[in-house]
Design a protein around this ligand. Sequence first.
Ligand code: SF4
Length: 314
Amino acid sequence: MAKPSFWNNTKRYYDLKSYWRNRFGCRVHKLPLDAGFTCPNRDGSAGTGGCIYCDSRGSALRQAGALPGVEEQLRRGKDFYRRRGRPEKFIAYFQTFTNTYAPVGTLRTRYDEALADEDVVGLSIGTRPDCLPDETLSLLESYAERSHVWLEFGLQSIHDRTLRAINRGHDAATFLDAVRRASGGRLMICVHVIVGLPGESRADILQTARVVAGLPVAGIKIHSLLALAGTLLGERYTRGEVSLMDQAGYVETVCDILELMPPEMVIQRLTAEGYREIFLAPAWAQHKLAVLGAIERELERRDSWQGKHYGGTA
Ligand code: SF4
């Protein structure tokens, strides 16, 4: 299969910037928000302690004192990003912790506040697959009828033994059921996966990728496992109990994953840097542009691109 022309880009994958430009005809930026929600994998409803790599502090904003409301965060965010890159429109990205973990009335208030901003063209809601009761799903579907709405599920791995090892507090079946329930309408689903989870081989990671590629999923976010101070993984890393992937292994694995994805899948992210103040390892992950450049070069070396092996067994 040749590289698709509808991407309208010079990359070897369908990146988010290109998708926004194709969809909205202008520069769009996802503006991260902290709406003050918590997480059921921390308060005991799904689990305690959280995922082993999760920074329990939430956003930097939450650490700084009283959390500003959604409207104020949008105002500040728009000013900040416009000074740097002049995007024309914004997607309100409810990012911190679990953004469907509240009564429907509270969720509606927060989402409405975001959509009231004239520069906001849609929502992106980050959540867990076990935190989507029917009435919340109906609420999200009602927004998707009149706006552009992404629902982002943290999955990380399709293997239950890995999900247990990282203390996700849900299994793969719960994820598959959430995708089934949320698909078929206008909601756009994005899935988060992590490369380099404890005990996973490359074959395990690619199995996760194949499953995601076969689902009604419109976008994917991929990043390497990061050890952060204040997390269980960070403690284990400091004690020398876990090793993290090197850049070459990460780049090769990401390219393998991209080759397996359908061509229309929007690649929302290929790296994560973590907060500098608590970052422990791997050091290479802090150099986002270098990692992205290495991925591009590896695809070039292979004469390959996203979707080249979609539906195949390579
Ligand atoms: S589900 Fe997300 S917010 Fe909750 S503990 Fe895991 S990584 Fe942290």
